[in-house]
Design a binder for this molecule. Structure first.
Ligand code: ZN
Length: 346
């Protein structure tokens, strides 16, 4: 599939998109779910291509929303909830818009686009956004710090991930991801203490270079997002790789985020999104915990999960990236990309 990808992106998908052929398909499950991670804020001129690949330009977001309005039926998150809880039928070619992590640019730069296009969105935020303390995602901060130095001493203090061999040479991304996995074995407060040590060893207070790019919503900003008519879901307490947490810590991560956001907003939080949300970071235990904690549904960050087509705690989503052109976006949402992948896999 990797070999045919450029051909699909640059030739096949554009032809199918412009011919309107993708518009005739029904998304798998009847409802497509699109997932953003915020937008590139005004004034940000960074060149952190690895992490920035998750953000889209506001004008691209607008074009994608206009496409969805023209070719799909954008549903309100509460209608999605009613479809799960009470079997309320959804219109044909429904699509739900979601956004993970709760970066402050979701309020400053993304919300104005959503409002001017009159599109509701379900935002998944961590418990860090239930505080007045400005924070950032620890694994993003870690990446920014690891770009400049190896942090060997701090990394050596982390638990080893059993059964994982350290390659003799590896890229920054690979070294960083191994460190994220090792640090995910600590509980949230031990990891926060470790990050304090990382900062002191690197001589950095906190690596927020451009606030609107990296900072998380504070509680008053989260309330503004909710008061603007947006729906809010939970995304754990501290965004670890859940599969590497102990049973107690995984349960706490999921439950605390629900309780703290409910307390901050004074409304029920019914939806959950798994951090990272792919098969390398979670599985059946997390599906069970999300159900037991009292959510009505939970979302992955991948379009396909083996053997799970209708589990409300394993809902698939299309992860929108910066380099995804409109024909590719259309091919993913329609389910065509996934059907093709399955056909090629045999
Ligand atoms: Zn996330």
């Amino acid at each position: 599939m990797r070999f045919v990808s450029p051909l699909l992106k640059h030739a096949v998908y554009p032809v199918l998109h412009h011919a309107g052929w993708l518009d005739r398909l029904t998304p798998p499950g009847g409802c497509a779910v699109v997932n953003y991670h915020g937008v590139v804020p005004a004034g940000y001129s960074g060149s952190e291509t690895f992490l920035d690949g998750n953000l889209v330009q506001p004008e691209i977001l607008r074009k994608q929303l206009q496409f969805l309005k023209a070719r799909y039926h954008i549903i309100h998150p509460e209608d999605f909830r009613a479809s799960i809880e009470r079997g309320k039928p959804l219109p044909p070619r429904s699509v739900l818009v979601t956004c993970d992590d709760g970066l402050v640019n979701t309020l400053t730069d993304m919300l104005p686009v959503l409002q001017s296009e009159d599109v509701p969105c379900l935002f998944f935020v961590t418990a860090a956004s239930c505080s007045d303390e400005p924070g950032m995602l620890w694994y993003e901060e870690l990446y920014l710090l690891m770009r400049n130095q190896s942090l060997t001493e701090a990394v050596s203090q982390l638990p080893i991930e059993p059964g994982v061999e350290v390659p003799s040479s590896e890229s920054l991304q690979s070294r960083w991801w191994r460190t994220v996995r090792r640090a995910s074995q600590l509980d949230a407060s031990a990891r926060a203490d470790w990050m304090v040590r990382v900062r002191s060893q690197s001589g950095s207070k906190q690596a927020i270079a451009c606030e609107k790019r990296w900072r998380l919503l504070t509680v008053s900003e989260l309330r503004q997002l909710a008061q603007a008519g947006m729906s809010i879901g939970a995304h754990t307490r501290s965004h670890p790789v859940l599969s590497l947490c102990s049973d107690e810590e995984a349960q706490r991560e999921i439950q605390v985020s629900k309780l703290e956001i409910e307390r901050a907003l004074g409304r029920q939080v019914w939806a959950f999104a798994y951090p990272f949300g792919n098969p390398a970071t979670m599985g059946d235990r997390e599906f069970r915990l999300a159900r037991e904690v009292g959510f009505c549904c939970a979302f992955l960050n991948v379009e396909h999960w083996q053997g799970m087509n209708s589990n409300p705690f394993a809902l698939t989503r299309t992860h929108v990236t910066a380099e995804m052109a409109l024909p590719e976006f259309a091919a993913h949402l329609s389910g065509f990309h996934l059907r093709l992948q399955r056909a090629v896999a045999g």
